[in-house]
Design a protein. Structure first.
Length: 148
Protein backbone atom coordinates (compact mmCIF):
# COMPACT_ATOMS: atom_id res chain seq x y z
CA UNK A 1 0.00 0.00 0.00
CA UNK A 2 2.86 2.36 0.71
CA UNK A 3 4.21 1.69 -2.77
CA UNK A 4 0.97 2.80 -4.34
CA UNK A 5 1.08 6.12 -2.43
CA UNK A 6 4.63 6.89 -3.58
CA UNK A 7 3.78 5.95 -7.14
CA UNK A 8 0.73 8.24 -7.07
CA UNK A 9 2.85 11.14 -5.83
CA UNK A 10 5.26 10.67 -8.73
CA UNK A 11 2.51 10.46 -11.35
CA UNK A 12 0.39 13.40 -10.14
CA UNK A 13 3.15 16.06 -10.23
CA UNK A 14 4.09 14.85 -13.70
CA UNK A 15 0.49 15.28 -14.85
CA UNK A 16 0.27 18.86 -13.57
CA UNK A 17 3.51 19.82 -15.26
CA UNK A 18 2.22 18.39 -18.50
CA UNK A 19 -1.08 20.27 -18.16
CA UNK A 20 0.72 23.54 -17.44
CA UNK A 21 2.87 23.00 -20.51
CA UNK A 22 -0.27 22.59 -22.62
CA UNK A 23 -1.79 25.76 -21.21
CA UNK A 24 1.34 27.75 -21.95
CA UNK A 25 1.51 26.39 -25.49
CA UNK A 26 -2.13 27.19 -26.18
CA UNK A 27 -1.69 30.73 -24.84
CA UNK A 28 1.31 31.25 -27.10
CA UNK A 29 -0.66 29.95 -30.08
CA UNK A 30 -3.53 32.28 -29.18
CA UNK A 31 -1.19 35.28 -28.96
CA UNK A 32 0.25 34.51 -32.38
CA UNK A 33 -3.24 34.29 -33.89
CA UNK A 34 -4.48 37.47 -32.22
CA UNK A 35 -1.59 39.83 -32.95
CA UNK A 36 -0.63 39.84 -36.60
CA UNK A 37 2.30 42.09 -37.40
CA UNK A 38 2.28 44.08 -40.62
CA UNK A 39 5.11 46.27 -41.83
CA UNK A 40 3.21 47.36 -44.95
CA UNK A 41 2.65 51.10 -44.45
CA UNK A 42 2.44 53.63 -47.29
CA UNK A 43 2.29 57.29 -46.22
CA UNK A 44 -0.29 59.68 -47.60
CA UNK A 45 0.75 61.62 -50.68
CA UNK A 46 -0.47 64.35 -53.00
CA UNK A 47 -1.67 62.99 -56.37
CA UNK A 48 1.43 62.91 -58.57
CA UNK A 49 3.83 63.31 -55.63
CA UNK A 50 5.58 66.26 -54.03
CA UNK A 51 6.67 67.67 -57.40
CA UNK A 52 3.01 68.15 -58.36
CA UNK A 53 2.23 69.50 -54.89
CA UNK A 54 4.90 72.18 -55.33
CA UNK A 55 3.36 73.06 -58.72
CA UNK A 56 -0.07 73.28 -57.09
CA UNK A 57 1.28 75.66 -54.41
CA UNK A 58 3.02 77.92 -56.97
CA UNK A 59 -0.14 78.05 -59.12
CA UNK A 60 -2.48 78.69 -56.17
CA UNK A 61 -0.39 81.08 -54.08
CA UNK A 62 -1.53 84.71 -54.03
CA UNK A 63 0.99 86.74 -52.07
CA UNK A 64 -1.03 89.04 -49.78
CA UNK A 65 -0.74 92.66 -50.98
CA UNK A 66 -0.21 94.08 -47.50
CA UNK A 67 2.58 91.59 -46.79
CA UNK A 68 4.12 92.28 -50.21
CA UNK A 69 4.10 96.07 -49.65
CA UNK A 70 5.74 95.61 -46.27
CA UNK A 71 8.16 93.02 -47.74
CA UNK A 72 7.16 90.44 -45.15
CA UNK A 73 8.70 87.05 -45.92
CA UNK A 74 9.13 83.79 -44.10
CA UNK A 75 8.24 80.15 -43.68
CA UNK A 76 4.82 79.16 -42.32
CA UNK A 77 4.76 75.74 -40.67
CA UNK A 78 1.39 74.01 -40.85
CA UNK A 79 0.14 70.88 -39.15
CA UNK A 80 -2.75 69.01 -40.79
CA UNK A 81 -4.46 65.66 -40.98
CA UNK A 82 -5.02 63.54 -44.05
CA UNK A 83 -8.24 61.66 -43.31
CA UNK A 84 -8.96 58.07 -44.35
CA UNK A 85 -10.81 59.40 -47.42
CA UNK A 86 -7.87 61.66 -48.45
CA UNK A 87 -9.49 64.93 -47.33
CA UNK A 88 -7.25 67.54 -45.65
CA UNK A 89 -8.56 68.47 -42.21
CA UNK A 90 -7.60 70.04 -38.86
CA UNK A 91 -5.16 72.59 -40.31
CA UNK A 92 -3.19 74.48 -37.65
CA UNK A 93 -0.44 77.09 -37.92
CA UNK A 94 2.53 75.86 -35.88
CA UNK A 95 4.97 78.64 -36.85
CA UNK A 96 3.50 81.97 -37.90
CA UNK A 97 4.92 84.65 -40.20
CA UNK A 98 2.07 87.20 -40.23
CA UNK A 99 -1.73 86.93 -40.09
CA UNK A 100 -2.08 87.59 -43.86
CA UNK A 101 0.58 85.10 -44.89
CA UNK A 102 -0.64 82.48 -42.40
CA UNK A 103 -4.20 82.79 -43.76
CA UNK A 104 -2.92 82.33 -47.33
CA UNK A 105 -0.99 79.20 -46.39
CA UNK A 106 -4.09 77.74 -44.68
CA UNK A 107 -6.25 78.66 -47.72
CA UNK A 108 -3.90 76.86 -50.10
CA UNK A 109 -3.91 73.70 -48.01
CA UNK A 110 -7.67 73.83 -47.39
CA UNK A 111 -8.34 74.02 -51.15
CA UNK A 112 -5.91 71.21 -51.95
CA UNK A 113 -7.26 68.28 -53.95
CA UNK A 114 -7.78 65.08 -51.96
CA UNK A 115 -4.59 63.19 -51.18
CA UNK A 116 -4.02 59.47 -51.36
CA UNK A 117 -4.50 58.39 -47.74
CA UNK A 118 -1.97 56.47 -45.69
CA UNK A 119 -2.50 52.73 -45.82
CA UNK A 120 -1.56 50.34 -43.03
CA UNK A 121 -1.79 46.66 -43.96
CA UNK A 122 -3.83 47.72 -47.00
CA UNK A 123 -6.42 49.68 -44.98
CA UNK A 124 -6.74 53.52 -45.08
CA UNK A 125 -5.53 55.32 -41.97
CA UNK A 126 -5.71 58.89 -40.66
CA UNK A 127 -2.28 60.61 -40.55
CA UNK A 128 -0.87 63.92 -39.28
CA UNK A 129 1.74 65.89 -41.19
CA UNK A 130 3.79 69.06 -40.75
CA UNK A 131 4.36 71.13 -43.87
CA UNK A 132 6.46 74.28 -44.37
CA UNK A 133 5.36 76.80 -47.02
CA UNK A 134 7.96 79.42 -47.84
CA UNK A 135 6.87 82.95 -48.78
CA UNK A 136 9.65 84.96 -50.39
CA UNK A 137 9.80 88.00 -52.63
CA UNK A 138 12.22 88.49 -55.49
CA UNK A 139 15.03 90.91 -54.73
CA UNK A 140 14.80 94.13 -56.72
CA UNK A 141 17.83 95.81 -58.31
CA UNK A 142 17.00 99.17 -56.82
CA UNK A 143 16.01 99.91 -53.25
CA UNK A 144 13.09 102.13 -54.25
CA UNK A 145 11.56 99.45 -56.56
CA UNK A 146 8.75 97.29 -55.20
CA UNK A 147 8.91 93.57 -55.81
CA UNK A 148 6.24 92.18 -58.09
Amino acid sequence: MKTFGILLLLVVPGYFAKAQGKIKASKAAHVNKTFVECDDEVLASFPGGMHNFNKYIKKSLHYPARAMNRRIQGKVLLNFTVEKNGKIDAIKVIKSVSPDIDAEAVRILKNSPKWRPTTECGKPAKTEFNLPINFSLKKSKYKHEKAI
